[in-house]
Design a protein around this ligand. Structure first.
Ligand SMILES: Nc1nc2c(ncn2[C@@H]2O[C@H](COP(=O)(O)OP(=O)(O)O[C@H]3O[C@H](CO)[C@@H](O)[C@H](O)[C@@H]3O)[C@@H](O)[C@H]2O)c(=O)[nH]1
Ligand SMILES: [Mg+2]
Length: 194
């Protein structure tokens, strides 16, 4: 409940893969003045992401794939190195989603994962809330090569890197995806791979 907010109206601007709405609202500032404001909100649902790590080997599993928004930004290769992640279907739980994505994108069958962070990825514009997980993986858990779903036109390269190399890639700005940086730094802060 927010008493500084009233007369909220929503106008749909686009509804294709996801929904873009313009939301108009009266907002009361701290000095008591009310103003009519407007914000565009893009809703593509919520997401789940996971850092898979092997504390004995000191390694992590990451993915590499083409991302159009990155290409659009720098008109270079458009590739992105990320933790495994996926959009949460309406009726699914975040844990269910991340177990499925782990199998589809990187080929490991995990039975459980620990949710360690929740993050709005871009709260000025996106409704998206990300549920961030960690889980140990081992070679016995590998059931396929990963790569993503052909039916969804995914082409995902699976990378197994030493944790120190992944941390260096964050420092060198080779890893520039926010959820990936958050999870790698979470692992570092909490000594998951020591
Ligand atoms: N046609 C069409 N298809 C799309 C679009 N956006 C996504 N898709 C399809 O939906 C699939 C989504 O794959 P996921 O693995 O579920 O999601 P993701 O792209 O990896 O995104 C994850 O990370 C993002 C943050 O970096 C999150 O935004 C997202 O919620 C999710 O966690 C894509 O491979 C693609 O086939 C679109 O605008 N148009
Ligand atoms: Mg994905």
């Amino acid at each position: 409940m927010n008493n500084n907010l009233k007369n909220i109206t929503k106008t749909n601007l686009s509804k294709e893969w996801a929904t873009l709405d313009r939301i108009d609202y009266d907002f009361q500032f701290k000095n008591g003045d009310w103003k009519r404001l407007s914000r565009e909100c893009y809703n593509r649902g919520n997401g789940a992401a996971i850092l898979l790590y092997n504390s004995l080997k000191g390694t992590v599993i990451l993915t590499k794939q083409f991302r159009m928004p990155i290409y659009e930004q720098n008109k270079e290769e458009g590739m992105s190195i990320e933790v495994c992640a996926g959009a949460i279907d309406n009726s699914d739980e975040p844990l269910e989603t991340i177990i499925r994505e782990t199998e589809e994108e990187v080929g490991y069958k995990i039975n459980n994962a620990k949710q360690v962070l929740t993050a709005y990825t871009s709260p000025g514009a996106l409704t998206e809330k990300m549920f961030l997980f960690v889980a140990e993986y081992s070679e016995e858990m590998q059931i396929n090569e990963g790569g993503g779903l052909e039916s969804e036109n995914e082409e995902i390269e699976v990378l197994e890197l030493s944790f120190s190399k992944a941390i260096k890639m964050v420092k060198d700005q080779e890893i520039i995806d926010a959820k990936t940086i958050m999870l790698l730094q979470f692992a570092q802060l909490n000594n998951l791979l020591d």
